[in-house]
Design a protein around this ligand. Structure first.
Ligand SMILES: [Zn+2]
Ligand SMILES: [Zn+2]
Length: 455
């Protein structure tokens, strides 16, 4: 087994330094911005904890809207028409929608003509939705289907920057090894992990939006996973996860005792490769501690790879490593994956797993970029999990994979992700469209043939 053990000095590893390739990836969504706001708040709110925070040397911004102790917006005053918001970022959003959006009534009535810019703001949700009050009044669909979600997003965004003490972001630290964690859903996870009780759906939306990435990973890999054989997992899926869990839960197999510094004594380092990384790489590292706490005996390397894999609070695309606490090492690399793959190998299905968060495998802007990557991933025989922001997005990716004719096994059939973000993200070019980050999940692996012909 010794040869399978990952090197434990990741900082010394030579990283590929191929040139940065210009990105044609989809424009980072509002998700990135919102996640950062939430993450900054979380970092600020947690400063009293002993955990060495990535931001420990940072002072809170002077910006009046991020001040922790002087609320700027009262809870009863969270709704503002976007163009009149006290938050510059929200006003900028209104301008962006006016510049790039279009009026749905114009579109419907004269599809051959260019529809006019949405300059009229709905008084109920505050979004610029139509070209004029007249067209607004003609649209019966807006209030029926879209206004409620937009109002919610409007108030959530103002709440995030209201300056109130955001207690929901005061996350718990490690817990005793004997305490069982229930990963059935957000509620049971938050309760059994000892999070402060969420007393509003808004708090749940904020927290789920930040934790969806680490918890999507954790809920798949953990022995208390909500995904079960037959219902969600295939037999091949259970085999792949059993291999990873053998590494992730060593205590239940060999009774390995815990040490204080996992990096010097851990017998196992699990590598999680997040390819095409965007928002997930911009999260402050301590958010990922909530993943690490699920596996107290395991050290992790989390590799964020792709043209938009940029560490939080820098703009540098230089390959970068960051060791956070004792259990987590982060690697950021904006190389194309093909170059990275050769350096990062060899891969082992017991220790390595891939996650593709909303990869857009079928999206016209990114499809070609993924084509050389997928066969490399399948060749490793490691588990590969992907997510999508709604049913259509998931099925587009799944169909793309099926139609490509790869030799693969399904590990997890596409299904709703128990740890999707509960927060709607609005498409600013068409505010009638909104999605939930990591709404659905699926899993595949390159096909293994257990019986090989004799040499
Ligand atoms: Zn119009
Ligand atoms: Zn409205």
């Amino acid at each position: 087994m010794a040869s399978r053990i990952r090197p434990l000095a990741p900082a010394l590893r030579t990283l590929p330094r191929t040139g940065v390739v210009a990105t044609t990836a989809r424009v980072p969504s509002a998700a990135t911005t919102a996640a950062n706001v939430a993450a900054q708040s979380a970092a600020a709110a947690r400063r009293s904890l002993s955990l060495k925070s990535f931001f420990s040397s940072r002072k809170p911004k002077a910006d009046q809207f991020t001040s922790q102790f002087e609320p700027v917006l009262e809870q009863a005053n969270l709704f503002h028409p976007l163009s009149k918001s006290p938050l510059p970022a929200v006003r900028a959003k209104a301008e962006w929608i006016e510049a790039h959006g279009s009026c749905p009534v114009c579109k419907e009535h004269s599809p051959e003509q260019k529809s006019k810019a949405p300059k009229y703001e709905c008084p109920d949700c505050g979004y610029p939705t139509h070209c004029s009050e007249e067209h607004y009044n003609m649209d019966k669909e807006h209030h029926k289907h879209y206004c409620g979600v937009l109002r919610e997003v409007n108030e959530d965004e103002h709440d995030l920057r209201s300056g109130r003490r955001m207690k929901e972001f005061e996350f718990p630290g490690a817990q005793h090894r004997d305490e069982a964690i229930n990963l059935s859903n957000w509620d049971t996870f938050l309760y059994t992990r000892g999070f402060l009780s969420m007393n509003s759906e808004r708090s749940m939306r904020h927290v789920s939006h930040v934790l969806t990435y680490p918890l999507t990973i954790g809920s798949v890999l953990h022995q208390s996973s909500p995904y079960r054989l037959g219902k969600d997992l295939t037999v091949e899926g259970l085999k792949s996860l059993a291999a990873l869990r053998h590494t992730l839960h060593p205590a239940i197999i060999s009774g390995i005792t815990q040490s204080h510094d996992l990096r010097s004594t851990a017998t196992h380092t699990v590598r999680i490769f997040c390819l095409g990384a965007r928002a997930e790489s911009h999260l402050p590292p301590h958010i990922y501690m909530q993943l690490a706490y699920l596996f107290p005996s395991t050290a992790f390397q989390i590799h964020f790879v792709g043209p938009d894999a940029i560490p939080p609070h820098t703009k540098s695309k230089e390959p970068h490593q960051h060791v956070h606490y004792e259990q987590l090492t982060f690697v950021y690399d904006s190389s194309r994956y093909e170059a990275y793959h050769a350096e990062a190998g060899p891969f082992n299905p017991y220790y390595d797993v891939f996650f593709l968060f909303s990869p857009g495998l079928a999206h016209p802007a990114t499809r070609d970029m993924w084509k050389p990557t997928i066969p490399l991933l399948l060749d490793t025989k490691c588990a590969i999990f992907g997510t999508g922001f709604d049913e259509q997005d998931v099925m587009n990716d799944v169909n793309e994979i099926e139609n490509a004719g790869y030799e693969l096994d399904w590990l997890m059939k596409p299904r709703e992700n128990a740890f999707r973000s509960l927060k709607h993200e609005v498409n600013l070019t068409d505010v009638r469209q909104s999605a939930l980050c990591n709404w659905g999940i699926w899993g595949i692996r390159g096909r293994r043939y257990d019986v090989r012909p004799a040499e």
